[in-house]
Design a protein around this ligand. Structure first.
Ligand code: SAM
Ligand code: MD0
Ligand code: SF4
Length: 357
């Protein structure tokens, strides 16, 4: 009897989501609290149904260029935090960035995500530090016309403006959580408001924006519902969640493990709440093996394509699947096919961006 009541409640919520009636807090909490396999598959099925409504069977693919692993910050979860001396860092030259960018475009990605730590080489030299990067972006744009995302941390307003002028389409900075106490423990010494305000400003300036969550870092279901509400207010165009991957020699290396099913459920709930948004399935967490389950939860973008032999790293998994070429377009196409999906054309992605603007 109790089960039947719970089942009909879940069915009612999914019906509402299908009709795109906004879900309330209690309903979202109920979804995030599900653990029964049958219930979960219903949620994933609804998420896929909504994805199909807006994107048919088309998936977008993002190339990832982590061009500098130096960072002035001390995020507790991140391998690349300033005080971590246990890794060899690199800073790629303009030419190397350009070559990697071109090879990624050639391989069939729809966007290039240019990412770095908050590298002092760029940040301490004020505007001139970014000068070369901006020229490189202009070059890439001129020769390929590929959409570009910048994930360079909290850059100054002037630099943001220059990125806009050089043709950058997306600005990505993730709060990780919208619980400010938790934020303080994760992004040590960084202002919550500044990060959020810069994102909003970028949006005003005409960038598309991405917001992101980390899960498995002490976030509660209440926190997640708050995040969904904040994301709704923000009106981000792309929304992501990634599971925390513990990093050796960092403060959170022994943090309690949270099963991946949590990330999958959050992806699905994001799809129910934001049916027309872009939601990544990142290869950075579990590599190629983790792709199908993320797509089957309702994701519609594959991110973190990295060419082998480029000497480039990932973020949450700095080397997983890179050198063996598993983070390439050709390796993910069969996985898409198994999930009943195909890669979109470049025109389709350009159209989505245009319509979103
Ligand atoms: N340095 C810039 C910044 O922090 O905004 C750009 C880099 S951004 C790609 C780094 C993102 O990767 C973080 O915002 C976080 O969401 C994710 N990340 C970093 N370390 C991670 C880890 N150990 N596990 C999972 N995700 C992680
Ligand atoms: C990814 N490794 O998409 C990348 C990164 C930064 N904008 C994205 C976290 O998984
Ligand atoms: Fe630096 Fe970004 Fe890592 Fe934080 S998440 S330590 S800002 S690279």
């Amino acid at each position: 009897m109790a089960t039947n009541l719970a089942t009909s409640k879940l069915d009612g919520i999914l019906e509402k989501a299908t009709e795109e009636v906004p879900l309330g807090r209690e309903e979202l909490l109920l979804l995030l609290g599900l653990s029964d396999e049958e219930d979960l598959s219903k949620v994933y099925e609804t998420a896929r149904f909504l994805r199909t409504r807006y994107f048919k069977d088309r998936v977008f693919i993002y190339g990832f260029v982590y061009f500098s692993t130096y960072c002035r910050n001390e995020c507790a979860f991140c391998l690349y935090r300033k005080s971590n001396r246990s890794l060899v860092r690199y800073r790629k030259t303009d030419l190397e960035i350009m070559e990697t960018a071109l090879s990624l475009v050639e391989s069939g990605v729809h966007l290039l995500d240019l990412t770095m730590g908050e590298d002092p080489f760029y940040f301490d030299n004020r505007e001139s530090g970014f000068e070369h990067l901006i020229r490189t972006v202009e070059h890439i744009k001129k020769s390929t016309d590929i959409p570009i995302m910048i994930s360079a941390g909290v850059v100054s307003v002037q630099i943001l403006r220059k990125f806009k002028e050089s043709g950058v389409d997306w600005y990505a900075t993730y709060q990780e959580t919208h619980n400010q106490d938790l934020y303080r423990k994760l992004r040590l010494g960084q202002s919550y408001d500044e990060r959020m305000e810069r994102k909003k400003l970028a949006q005003k300036m005409g960038f598309l924006i991405e917001e992101g969550l980390l899960t498995g870092v002490g976030d509660t279901n209440e926190d997640l519902v708050n995040s969904l509400e904040e994301m709704k207010k923000l009106g981000a165009d792309q929304l992501r969640v990634m599971s925390f991957v513990p990093q050796k020699d960092t403060p959170m290396q022994n943090f309690l493990y949270v099963p991946r099913s949590r990330e999958l459920l959050i992806i699905a709930v994001m799809r129910l709440v934001f049916p027309d948004c872009l939601i990544p399935a990142s290869l950075d967490v579990d590599g190629l093996n983790g792709l199908a389950e993320r797509l089957n939860s309702g994701a519609n973008v594959v991110t973190s394509i990295i060419p082998p032999q480029s000497g480039l790293a990932g973020v949450s998994n700095h080397s997983l699947d890179i050198e063996d070429g598993n983070r390439t377009v050709s390796k993910i196409i069969p996985v898409l096919k198994d999930c009943g999906l195909v890669s979109a054309s470049r025109e389709e992605y350009a159209e989505w961006i245009l319509q979103r603007h």
